[in-house]
Design a binder for this molecule. Structure first.
Ligand code: FBP
Length: 257
């Protein structure tokens, strides 16, 4: 299987928000996918996450410059219903686009979780046959989830990702360094990647990233906290210090000056 990791760690840039949230996440600059792909290349990210449409139309902006992860499902945030996200891109298509891995969101706890489990199961087997890694976006969501950052529910999400065959489980940091160690432990040999989330004050985001890494995460898949920042490459360098050099968030924060 092609490795996403460098020295056992990964810093991945996500740009699948146009489908998930719509253009409101972007500025006049970042509405152009070329802007974010330029950050992915110049920031030496381990990979960039794209939906099929961007992967096809902007190939010249990433191909041979930064590895590709294709997100195979996705939904909008318009219907206020129990979350369900279904596959819209095949594993074969991701392979033809040159992807090193595929991503798939599972809304753990949703009334529709069984549908996503079944689809993910097929994707996982096919992706491994093609030699591609599999990243499960494990998001506890829906009317039965009271607190999606609860340590027990995140640990459950991590474990479910392992049981379902994910190589990487991407989930939110619960802002509890001790509790997050249990989340990481629950994932066993599946590697935990921290979700970036809604844009935070940069130093606070770096602090949480450093805590998650100290608790045993293998890296981050980050979007808005990088490309919504006016200096995305400075945030990237700070994150590189934390992920690849084990620096403290205070030391890493110097990159922001
Ligand atoms: P961010 O770092 O911007 O949070 O990106 C990670 C991500 O999982 C994206 O891949 C995805 O589009 C988005 O967050 C989903 O966000 P939401 O929390 O609204 O479901």
């Amino acid at each position: 299987m092609k490795s996403l990791l460098r020295g056992g760690k990964a810093l991945i840039l996500a740009c699948d928000h146009g489908l998930e949230h719509g253009p409101k996440d972007f500025t006049v600059s970042s509405i152009n996918p070329e802007y974010i792909l330029d950050v992915a290349v110049k920031g030496r990210y381990n990979a960039v996450v794209l939906q099929k449409g961007l992967a096809e139309k902007y190939k010249e902006n990433y191909h041979g410059k930064v590895p590709l992860i294709v997100k195979l499902n996705g939904k909008t945030n318009i219907p206020k219903v129990e979350p369900l996200s279904l596959q819209h891109c095949s594993v074969k298509k991701a392979y033809q686009l040159g992807a090193v891995a595929v991503g798939y969101t599972i809304y753990l706890g949703s009334k529709h979780e069984a549908t996503m489990f079944a689809e993910f199961g097929k994707i996982q087997e096919e992706a491994h046959q093609y030699g591609m890694g599999v990243i499960a976006w494990m998001y506890p969501r829906g009317e039965f989830i009271q607190n999606d950052k609860d340590t027990d529910i995140l640990a459950y999400a991590a474990r479910a990702g392992l049981e379902l065959g994910a190589d990487f489980v991407k989930l939110a940091y619960n802002q509890d360094p001790e509790g997050f160690k249990w989340v990481v432990r629950s994932a066993g040999k599946a590697k935990i990647l921290m979700v970036g989330g809604v844009k935070d004050e940069a130093e606070m985001f770096l602090k949480h990233a450093a805590e998650a890494m100290e608790a045993g995460a293998s890296g981050l898949v980050v979007g808005r906290n990088v490309w919504q920042h006016p200096e995305p490459l400075k945030v990237t360098e700070a994150l590189r210090k934390i992920v690849f050099e084990n620096k403290s968030y205070l030391e890493a924060s110097r990159e922001l000056q």
